[in-house]
Design a protein around this ligand. Sequence first.
Ligand code: TYD
Length: 198
Amino acid sequence: MKRGFLIVFEGIDGTGKSTQCELLAKSLTERDILNIALAEPTRGTWGTKIRKLLSEGRQGISPQEELSWFVNDRKEDIELNIMPALQDNKVVLMDRYYFSTAAYQGALGLDPEQITLENETFAPIPDRVLIFLTSPETCLERIESSRDQKSAFEKLDYLRNVQGIFKSFTGPNIRFIDSVGSVPEVHEKVLSAIEDLF
Ligand code: TYD
């Protein structure tokens, strides 16, 4: 069945992927390409629970339980938002998807490959995955200057491990984007990493 494209923006916090996701949505709209920008964790039932965990810290929640919350959130997102938009032939831009689960929950000691395989049993596989890379030190500086408080997910050693897992992903749909330059420079890199899809 014909469906729209699924393009995913991934990377550790502070790499600028959310800004680039919004910019791409704008530039597709300017070219009259129907699109929708979505983000995980969502604003739904499970996403709200996750956000509380992010702001209050992981008090006594096991990595396995944390993983199940992200998976439940994603299942809801796929059913309510992602599949309907793809079936409407829209380009779906995702700010985080199951690669974040493999990297972030993988860095807690779970097996990233196993997480990816489990997700791929129910989640549509993206046409393109853009993984943004900036040094974790720079990312933390960016986060600190833009927010009052870091979340439980934003510690240097943890982010180093998360980025290490992001860098280990391979596959025909994966592209790495060096996101150290200015916003317009990185936007140009995003455009050249997806132009063959259109
Ligand atoms: P983030 O994209 O930073 O949300 P916001 O911009 O609204 O703060 O995501 C919040 C955190 O959730 C981020 O530190 C990464 C983490 N996360 C996981 O640990 N696993 C996942 O599967 C997803 C989607 C996010």
